[in-house]
Design a protein around this ligand. Structure first.
Ligand code: ATP
Ligand code: MG
Length: 696
């Protein structure tokens, strides 16, 4: 029995207009292209969830809705919300709706699924494996080695830089020369070598049946350029909706336009003032050009009421972004009155900063605010180092987003490498990783083994035919047994999953004992990995989804947190996108951190840093603390190596907007110990250059 759609009454008129756009009643949906553009906290994501629910309530088939979000976490959250809203009206079981909305995810995740479906049609082996950035860098390195470009050659780019250059060119659909000239001028002398290297890299990926992150978009875009495939894929989706559109790149936009060439059924949502991914070739033009592209059919809706932050927080954030150049003019306001302006907290250094944050966090918790409702944000992952030490010392549990991932630890990578090698034995990066674990088997021999594996079927015969060198004779039979088990018909099929992971762990245990002193704690990570594995239906899905969206690490172990625990959130600003907390601390709100890297910033890059600060500030609902250490530590990034540098308040808070903030110092003057001048100068290393400057 259908209930009246009470959920519409909770929306403001503009939100409601966006939700109802093109929906005139049950079974009557005919929606032209829609752009919702609005500032932070104005309910864009919430509106999108309501729109999806409203479409379903009015007869849209959830299985034919494609919902693209920035992270898998965001997709899961959105799906839950949609199900909650729609199930009230439909009286249906929410879990049925959640399952129906199976095409909700990131561009990369959805791309991987479509590619598996269409693999036979596009000449791709359906058992392709996916390389994360580190694997890509390793493959780049293998190819570099094969081509004989010496790494010791002066200034030949590192494998990480090589992947960045390659990726940027792919995502921006730009010529290599342009990308190098614009973003990597110092490698200009190597253009010819890079061209040969990248060609070799592409060939290696194809020969090995591996795809890197960029390929997932590239192949998808390519499919959309094939008329028959494009028609087939487009016909699967009646509605395509995307959140955070400002952070899509050209390739992603071309995929969307391929899916919905006339814009019917297409809804995009975003905020140009929050565009923070241009370093991954995201282009603000996508959102700015949307209305023109579909002119005159596109509708644009602006939302102006912010429901998230108190008025003083919003006023301060608006003041910061007011100086930004190109953007839609917005007039964001909040009804949430408060006397508490954002704080500018002056502290001596990062140690005191950590002290302040830990103290305040505990005070808030005393007041009844859960740790989970508080977050500490920072520009770069390493900025939270001293804080992590302090939190650990005080036994305050935390989870760090956007930092070290669960999968970054060697033992987890090893185990996944074995599974990946079984899934796709042509994957040489996985192959080398696995064979390296055998005692007495060097890289040259490993290379020879891998050379004989031409296909999935050839793996076992190749391994059986191989006579290991004497040093490896002891480990070899066990390895052969393992691979036999992993290639049995049961394995790789849902029936064999996740038992085969246990089989790998059993084989890996002695290896772990041999390689690592702290084998015990690493074992417990692997137990956790097994628990995660059990939530996936098959080996292939597990490997794909874990690579595309790896779980974050927590304070006490490498794995993700248990849901019922309370923990503080530590996050890079980039990873905090779209989220909100009652209390927000922003570390190192000083020049050199925000904006980072003053020396090399172009004007565009500096503007992006301003938007980052805006994103950070607008995550806060009730309280915002911007931390101003008088000096901070740089980690070997500057030409002069590790050192302390003296810091000034971020340039994005110039004197003329200071009235929006309350300045304070910590520890309070009376509580501070007498300044230990001598001891202090002895403790920090300011470097000869600084000392020379002072003595002048
Ligand atoms: P961001 O730009 O940071 O992604 P957003 O525009 O997507 O923000 P949401 O996260 O959707 O904003 O919403 C911000 C907050 O405002 C949420 O807590 C949401 O529940 C609340 N909210 C949105 N619309 C309304 C409304 N009409 N009435 C009450 N609360 C609302
Ligand atoms: Mg949002």
């Amino acid at each position: 029995m259908m209930q009246p759609a009470a959920y519409l009454d909770k929306l403001n008129p503009q939100q409601r207009q966006a939700v109802e756009h093109g929906v005139s009643g049950p079974g009557a949906i005919d929606a032209g292209p829609l752009l919702v553009i609005a500032g932070a906290g104005s309910g864009k994501t919430n509106t999108l969830a309501h729109r999806v629910a409203h479409l379903i309530v009015n007869g849209a088939d959830p299985r034919r809705i494609l919902l693209l979000t920035f992270s898998r976490r965001a997709a899961a959250e959105m799906t839950r919300r949609v199900a909650r809203i729609a199930s009230h009206v439909l009286g249906a079981n929410a879990s049925v709706l959640t399952e129906g909305l199976s095409w909700a995810g990131t561009f990369h995740g959805i791309g991987a699924r479509l590619l598996r479906d269409y693999a036979p049609q596009i000449g791709l082996d359906a058992s392709f494996t996916i390389h994360d950035r580190e694997d890509s860098a390793d493959l780049m390195n293998l190819v570099r080695h094969e081509l004989g470009f010496s790494r010791t050659e002066k200034r030949f780019p590192t494998k990480g830089t090589l992947v960045s250059i390659y990726s940027r060119a792919v995502n921006a659909e730009q010529k290599l020369e342009e990308v190098i000239g614009r973003f990597f001028p110092w490698v200009a002398g190597w253009s010819d070598e890079l061209k040969a290297l990248f060609a070799g890299y592409v060939a290696a990926k194809q020969a090995q049946g591996v795809l890197d992150y960029d390929d997932l978009l590239l192949y998808w875009a390519q499919m959309m350029a094939e008329p028959s495939l494009a028609a087939d894929i487009s016909a699967r989706f009646d509605h395509v909706l995307i959140d955070e559109y400002q952070d899509t790149n050209k390739l992603q936009a071309s995929i969307l336009l391929g899916l919905k060439p006339d814009g019917r059924g297409l809804t995009v949502v975003g905020d140009d003032a929050q565009s923070i991914y241009s370093f991954r070739a995201a282009s603000i033009r996508n959102i700015l050009d949307f209305p023109g592209h579909f002119s005159p059919r596109a509708d644009t809706i602006m939302l102006e009421q912010n429901y998230r932050s108190t008025q003083p927080i919003l006023a301060a954030a608006n003041a910061v972004i007011d100086f930004a150049s190109e953007r839609y003019a917005k007039n964001l306001w909040s009804e949430r009155a408060s006397a508490e302006r954002p704080l500018l907290v002056n502290v001596r250094d990062e140690i005191e900063q950590a002290n302040y944050v830990a103290t305040r966090v505990l005070e808030y918790r005393e007041e009844g605010i859960a740790l989970k409702s508080q977050a500490v944000l920072f520009r770069a992952s390493h900025h939270s180092g001293p804080l992590e030490v302090e939190l650990t010392r005080r036994n305050i549990p935390f989870v760090k987003f956007g930092g070290l991932k669960f999968l970054d630890s060697a033992h987890v990578k090893d185990v996944l490498g074995v599974l990946r090698f079984a899934e796709n034995p042509r994957d040489r990066v996985a192959g080398f990783r696995v064979l390296k674990l055998l005692n007495g088997l060097g890289p040259a021999t490993a290379g020879r083994v891998l050379d004989t594996v031409g296909s999935n079927e050839a793996l076992l015969p190749a391994l059986q035919a191989f006579t290991p060198p004497r040093a490896a004779a002891q480990d070899w039979p066990g390895f052969l047994d393992l691979m036999r088990d992993l290639k049995s018909t049961r394995a790789g099929s849902p029936a064999g999953w996740p038992a085969e992971l246990d089989r790998v762990r059993q084989w890996y245990e002695p290896v772990l004992e041999r390689l690592h002193e702290d084998a015990q704690s690493r074992q417990s990570d692997l137990v956790q990995l097994a628990q995660i594995a059990a939530t996936y239906p098959s080996r292939a899905r597990f490997l794909t989804e874990l690579t595309l969206d790896p779980p974050d690490a927590t304070s006490d172990h490498a794995g993700p947190p248990h849901l019922d625990e309370d923990y503080l959130i530590l996050s890079t600003i980039h990873s905090a996108k779209g989220q909100e907390w009652k209390k927000v601390f922003v570390l190192n709100a000083v020049d050199g951190c925000i904006p980072i890297d003053l020396g090399v910033g172009t004007r565009d890059e500096i503007e992006e840093e301003r938007r980052l600060l805006y994103v950070a500030m607008t995550r806060a609902r009730d309280s915002l603390h911007l931390m101003l250490p008088q000096r901070f530590f740089t980690h070997g990034q500057s030409a002069r190596g590790d050192r302390h540098v003296y810091a000034a308040r971020t340039r994005f808070i110039p004197p003329r907007i200071l009235a929006h903030f309350t300045a304070t110092a910590w520890p309070p003057a009376e509580a501070a110990a007498p300044a230990p001048r001598m001891a202090e100068t002895a403790r920090i290393d300011i470097g000869a250059r600084m000392r020379a400057m002072w003595s002048q």
